[in-house]
Design a protein around this ligand. Sequence first.
Ligand code: SF4
Length: 290
Amino acid sequence: MNILTFDELVEECKKQEKNIYELIQEIEAADADISVEEVRANVKLHIETMKSTIETGMKSSEKAISQWCGDDCEKLQKRYANNKALLGILFEKIITYSLATIEENLRMGKVVACPTAGSCGIVPSVIIAVAEEQNFDEDTQIDALITAGAIGAIISNKVQLAGAVAGCQAECGVAAAMCAGALTQMLGGNITQILNAVALAMKNLLGLTCDPVCGLVEVPCIKRNPILAIHAVTSSELALAGIESKIPLDEVIDAVRQTGQLMSPMLKESSLAGLATTKTALKLKEKIFG
Ligand code: SF4
C-alpha cells in the first residue's frame, strides 16, 4: 500500500470520492492482482475465524501451562448467567467475546492477530458483538475490518507493532485504535470521525508498557483486551458526537513512535521491570520455572 500517512489517506479518499474501505480494497486488489470481490472474500474468512474463535473460547476453561489463566471467560459467563451487566448486553458481549478470543490465544488456538496475537481479542469482540446487537450484515463487518486493517497498516509505517520495540501501546494500543476506527465506520461515521476515534483511542494509551509476568503473554495481556475493547468503544462514541482530538492523528502516531523510543528497554517485553518484577511476579516465576 503506497499510502504512508493518514493525511495522505484523507487526501486520496477525497480525490477519489471514496471512503476508507472502498479505497483500500481497490489498492489491495491491485497490489495482489486479484479482484475486489476476492479481497472481500479473504476478509470474510477472517471474520468467520473470529466468530469460531469466540465460540470455541466461550466453551473452554482449559488453563494455560502456567495454570493461572484460562478460565476468566467462564467466570464472566457465570456472572452474567445471574446478573445483568451494568452497561447492558452489548457491554457484556464485548468483554466476554474479548476474553474468549484472547484465552484461545493462550491455549495456542486459532486466532486472527489484529494486529498481534497478544491483542487479538480487541477488534473481533467489538465488530462481532456490535454486528449481532445492531443486526449489521456481513458486508458491514467486512467494511469495518478493512478499515481496521488500513489503520493498522498506516500506523505500522511509523511504529513497529511489537511490544519489544514500542511497548504495549504498539500492540493493545494499536488494536484499540484500529477497533475505534472500525466501529466508527460500522456506525456510519465519516472519515473525520473515524480518524478522530483512532486518535482519541491511541493518544490515551501513550506509554503503555509491555511488562509480561514471567515473559508469558498472560499477565497483564489477557485482561488488557476486554478493558481496551471498551476503551475503543468510548473513543468511537466521542468521535461520533463530533468531539475531536486536538492533536491530529499523524502527530499522535509520531508521539507513539517517540514515546516507544524513549521507553526503557526494561519495559519493552524484557520482563525486567514493572509488573514483571513485582514480589508476586517473581514468586510465580520461581514456581513455574524454578
Ligand atoms: S503486555 Fe506486551 S506481551 Fe502483553 S499484549 Fe501487551 S505488548 Fe503483547
